[in-house]
Design a protein around this ligand. Sequence first.
Ligand code: MRU
Length: 348
Amino acid sequence: MEPPVKPIEWLGDRIRIIDQRCLPLKECDLTLETAADVAGAIKGMALRGAPLIGIAAAMAVAVEARHWTSSTWDEFEARLLAAIEMLSATRPTAGNLFWALDRSRKVLESHKPGGSPEAASSALIADAIAIYSEDLETGLRMGRIGVDLIREGSTLLTHCNAGGLATSGFGTALAPMYVAHQRGMNFKVYADETRPLLQGARLTAWELKRAGIDVTVICDSACHLMMSRGAVDMVFVGSDRITSSGDFANKIGTYGVAISARAAGVPFYVVAPVSTIDFDLEKGEDIPIEERDSAEVTEISGVKVTPRGVPAYNPAFDVTPAELVSGIITEKGLIRPPYPENLAGIRP
Ligand code: MRU
C-alpha cells in the first residue's frame, strides 16, 4: 500500500517538505538546506506532528553533518552538538523529537573513537533515512492493527491532524482509516477543526478528502453534542508524548474530547508509535506543555479577531489521564489497561 502523502523527502544534500502552512488553499513545497532551516520550519509550523518533527530533526542533523565533512573531528562534533541543541529547543512537548535526536547523538558518539567526520556523516544520513522508513512501516502496522476496531458503517471522530502529514506518510490516528478505505469499507469521519491553527479543518480534511474518505469538519465545541447524540462510534487521536502510566499529551482540546467520549460511552483510542512513549516520565503532569504565540489566538490568517489590548493565552497541548483511554494502538499491538504493566511489556 502506498502512503497517501509524502510530507518529507531526503534529497541527498537537502530536504524537501510540504509547507503545511499553505494548505488547503495552495500546495507548496519548501527546500531546507541547514539545521537552522529545519529548526525554523518546525518552530514556524511549516511541518508539524510529533513523528514528522522527529524525522525532520534527524534529517537536519544529517544535512548539517554532510556540510561539515571536511572539518576536524572537534569542529564537526561541536557543530553537530550545537545543531542538536538548537533542534531540541523547537517544540518541547513532541517526544519523538527528543527520541530522534538521541539516536543521532548516539550515532555521533559511536564515531568519536575513529574521529572521521566522513564516516559519521554517512552513518547519520543512513540513520535519518532509516528513521523515515521505519516510520512508514510503523504507520502501516498501526493502521492494520487499528482497522480491526472499525466496523462497516462506523462514524469516527478525530482531533487535530494525526495523519500522513504528521508523519512519514500513513499517519497514526488516520492510518486505520486509510487501511479501512483501501479494504473498501464504508465509514465516515468527523474532523474537529482544532483551533487555533485549524490542523483538523485544514490538514485532516485535506488529506482525507484527497484520499476519497468521507470527512465532515465540525467546530471543536460541536464534538460534545455529536457524541451525546450517539453520532460517533469511536474516537481515534494521535499523541505527542505518552508517559509510562498511559497519560498522554496531544493537541489542546483532546482532554475535553476524551471526557465527552467517556460521558457518552464512546470508545477513545490513542494511536502512536512506541517512539512517542517516554518511558522515563511517569505522570502526565510532568510532560512539558508548549505555549505558543498569543497571535495564533488573536488573529486568523493575519486578521485580528479580538479587541486590541485583550491578551490571549495559547497552550498548544493538554494532557489526558490514562483512565479515559480505551486502548493505545502501537506498532507492537493494541495495549489495554492496566497501562503501567502493559506498556512496560513493550519497552524497547
Ligand atoms: O502542534 P502540532 O500540529 O504539531 O500538533 C500535532 C498533534 O497534536 C498530533 O495529534 C500529534 O503530534 C500526533 S501526530 C501523528
